[in-house]
Design a protein around this ligand. Sequence first.
Ligand code: NAD
Ligand code: IPM
Ligand code: MN
Length: 351
Amino acid sequence: MPKIVTLPGDGIGPEVIAAAVAVLREVAPDLTLEEHLIGGAAIEETGEPLPAETKKAVREADAVLLGTVGGPPDSPWNRLPRPQRPESGLLALRRMMGCYANLRPVRVLPGLEHLSPLKPERARGVDILIVRELLGGLYFDGDRRLDGDAAHNTMRYTRAEIERVARVAFWAAEQRRGRVTSVDKANVLEVSELWRGAVQDVHDRQYRALTLNHEYVDSVAMLLVSDPSRYDVVLTENLFGDILSDLAAVIPGSLGLMPSASLGDGPGLFEPVHGSAPDLAGRGVANPAAAILSAAMLLRHGLKRPALANHVEGAVARALRAEPTADLGGRASTEAFTEAVLENVQVMSGA
Ligand code: NAD
Ligand code: IPM
Ligand code: MN
């Protein structure tokens, strides 16, 4: 019986994780699901954003399903020393689990083009996989300081860190359309110069059959939303990937449609791309699709049950065609949308 640890967290996290858990229970009744604290919710209970009890449970898990962490801008959590804030709990979790490759798929499914603010002919058929490096760069370098009126952070990568995430991007491209676009700022940054060379070397050594090109991040930001069909796999460093993936959410129509899988050498962490949406929390209107689709990624990558993953993804697509949530211009509440997904799961399994 695989053990799944769920970490609902803050804001809309508990609402969307409840939906994902209902779907997991329906399609995979053999799973053991165990809930633990993270983020602001954990700070309130224990004083720490990633308590020892949560770490212990995660170490014993086969996969982890995360909600969201963080409070509104005026939250007292934002005045704590940085390592004690909710977001630091999530970063510590990613580091502890060694999840260095974050897969963020961006898809416009047939019949859902109307949910995109892009012209239907631009949105149609878009199928991009953003591979974001998740444990390096500005986020994790210890050389950081806020010192009165000056502050600094350091963007540092080693060749080994770049090569391991590049291999994930090429591995994914092999199963897709065989094209990787590596995104950097090599016209300005030394780190990007190293990045570009290391990615090219992995390609030339191991993946010559695939197509690799290199583009600058500023240009990609424009092309991603004006001509998204030109991309298959987009590989980039931590901060660029964070920004580009929220931007890419415009293509399907909402952050509420963006799931992700954070993978490394051990068990994976599955997490929606969106945050805790304090403006929606407690209102029952959040879109649970990103969390449910993250659970589907857990089934595919974490438990190697691709048929179940496809099944869940199909049920979400059908629910979206029927009546989406408010972020997509629809009227479904979180609960009604989740019910629709559950019904479709049952119909599709012939129950
Ligand atoms: P956000 O992603 O929470 O919200 C951005 C916008 O998208 C808001 O208008 C929100 O209402 C909407 N939105 C997001 N998810 C949605 C959903 N499932 N359904 C419908 N609409 C949705 O970003 P933010 O407002 O910049 O950040 C809020 C808090 O979340 C901050 O504390 C931030 O640090 C944190 N955050 C956490 C994560 C995470 O846990 N992985 C990710 C991003 C931000
Ligand atoms: C995300 C979030 C996180 C990140 C924050 C909350 C630490 O924005 O998962 O995209 O920047 O990685
Ligand atoms: Mn983000």
